[in-house]
Design a protein around this ligand. Structure first.
Ligand code: ADP
Length: 492
């Protein structure tokens, strides 16, 4: 039986370029799909910093219709590392030969609508150029939201119209909002600027159009799939999403278990696993040393890694710092983001260097070392579509402290004091009190019931977060989308 053909379009793919969890998903899920026999091919832009010398330059160019004329784009072909999954890079330097993916920190490039119109349109043109007619197009977030819309419009009555579409929401907070005057840049006529497609409170909203046009929808955890249909988490799109609630699935992300494996991790000074934890103690000592903290093997060490934005709840945590740092613990933080937050944590680091050290920056090796060397990991997210860091933590035997929201609910099991059950510590309200109380709860467990911590660590490290489970769910979703689009099941 011929394989199901899937075109996977994403604006960032690890390890080529990454700003967040989307890149991790786009780098790992296609490989797991390939293992299931799916013929999946990935498309992303050729950004500055992608090592293009290692890629094969395909002959000729593809013609991508833009509002101002035709963009002639080069195509470079590579493979996802350790796989035979092809990844095509669309080369158009005017749009992508820039230092940042979406804009300088805290800012967006003014021509982002145009840049990502190019990506969506270019991905469809690429399929024609390479003779790959996909059964399913899988688009992600606002940057590729136009691709499913184009299947229903420009490709109407053309071969690609048979292609089903799946649109995955990785983060509803970023919807691709532009001024209504930008509609012409999409290439679509003003008749599409209406309340059912692009118009949203007087603006152009790319995600809304994708939600309307895609055959099936998904998001990255079952809890987040429910939450985004409510006004508290829907960022104004809850009504639209609830309207398509029957077509919306929540599929929990996996993690790259090769990249994040404490038994083989080359970023670490020592490796370890659930049965041999000596390496973890060494990672802790080296982390304390590297961050400039006193080397205290017995003192509880809390780690934090993440974007310093309001999503992550660190603004609330900031108010709890004084209280927390009064206790018998150490804390390390790695992150970049809002300037106020960066300044605040840098200042705490300067003043309370005996207990708290922050590195403001993006540093993958240090992220691995914090996951490995910490005893606990703090994630007080305001909302969390899935979250990867808590899964990395679990795998590294570092017990997560999380707010009960989104994917955090689906991955962390709350500590049960009576029997020593669970894999982490959870709280409901995002307040300074609950953050401090939960840190206190973890701390008292650490010092007073160390046998519970040991049991939780072991349990945490034994969880299976591989992509195989998620890939099976995505395959089901693709087949469902296919049947709906074609009105018959996939038979190859
Ligand atoms: P989000 O996608 O919302 O940023 P996730 O937890 O899903 O959050 O994924 C974040 C990813 O980015 C993880 O792989 C995490 O290790 C990484 N990351 C975030 N901030 C940093 C940083 N400052 N340095 C290194 N890695 C980071």
């Amino acid at each position: 039986m011929p394989a199901l053909k899937v075109l996977f379009v994403a604006s960032e793919v690890a390890p080529f370029r990454k700003t967040g969890g989307l890149a991790d998903v786009a780098g790992a899920l296609p490989k797991a799909l390939r293992h299931r026999g799916i013929d999946v091919r990935v498309v992303m832009p050729l950004y500055q910093g992608v090592k293009w010398a290692e890629l094969e330059r395909l002959e000729g160019t593809i013609n991508v219709p833009m509002w101002w004329g035709t963009a002639r784009a080069g195509v470079r072909l590579g493979k996802l590392p350790d796989s035979d999954v092809p990844i095509y890079f669309l080369e158009y330097n005017r749009y992508f030969d820039r230092p940042f993916l979406y804009g300088p920190p805290g800012d967006a490039y003014p021509d982002n609508l145009e840049r990502f119109t190019f990506l969506s349109r270019g991905a469809l043109e690429l399929t024609k150029a390479i003779g790959f007619l996909p059964d399913v197009l899988h688009a992600h977030d606002w940057q590729t939201a136009l691709a499913p819309v184009y299947l229903n419009t420009f490709e109407w009555s053309k071969p690609l119209h048979g292609t089903a579409s799946v649109f995955t929401i990785h983060n509803l907070a970023y919807q691709g909002n532009f001024g209504s005057g930008g509609m012409f840049i999409t290439g679509l006529g003003p008749e599409h600027y209406n309340e059912h497609e692009f118009e949203h409170f007087g603006d152009l909203n790319l995600m809304k159009a994708a939600i309307a046009h895609s055959t099936m929808l998904s998001t990255v955890s079952p809890t987040y799939a429910r939450e985004i249909q409510t006004s508290a988490f829907g960022f104004g799109l809850d009504g639209v999403l609830a309207g398509r609630g029957g077509d919306l699935r929540g599929i929990l992300n996996g993690i790259d278990v090769d990249e994040w494996n404490p038994a083989t991790d080359h970023h670490l000074p020592a490796t370890f696993d659930a049965k041999h934890l000596a390496g973890k103690a060494r990672c802790k000592a080296e982390l304390q040393q590297q961050m400039g903290l006193p080397e205290k093997p017995q003192q509880a060490l809390f780690g934090v890694v993440g974007r310093l934005t309001s999503q992550k709840g660190f603004d609330v945590m900031a108010y709890a710092m004084e209280k927390i740092l009064g206790w018998d613990l150490q804390m390390v933080l790695l992150g970049t983001g809002d300037q106020d937050a960066e300044r605040f944590f840098a200042a705490v680091s300067a003043h309370r260097g005996d207990k708290f050290r922050a590195t403001i920056g993006f540093d993958n090796t240090l992220a691995h070392r914090i996951e490995a060397g910490s005893d606990f990991f703090l994630m007080p997210s305001r909302f969390e579509p899935c979250g990867l860091n808590q899964m990395y933590s679990l795998r590294y035997g570092t017990l997560p402290l999380v707010r009960a929201t989104g994917g955090l609910v689906d991955t962390v099991e709350n500590y049960d004091e009576a029997v020593g059950g669970g894999t982490g510590f959870m709280f409901n309200d995002l307040t300074t009190e609950s953050i401090a109380n939960t840190v206190g709860w973890a701390l008292s467990t650490y010092y007073d019931r160390p046998n519970h911590i040991t049991a939780m660590r072991k349990r945490a490290m034994e969880q299976d977060f591989s992509w195989d489970r998620a890939a099976a769910d995505y395959e089901r979703l693709y087949l469902e989308a296919y049947s709906r689009r074609r009105k018959h099941p996939f038979a190859g």
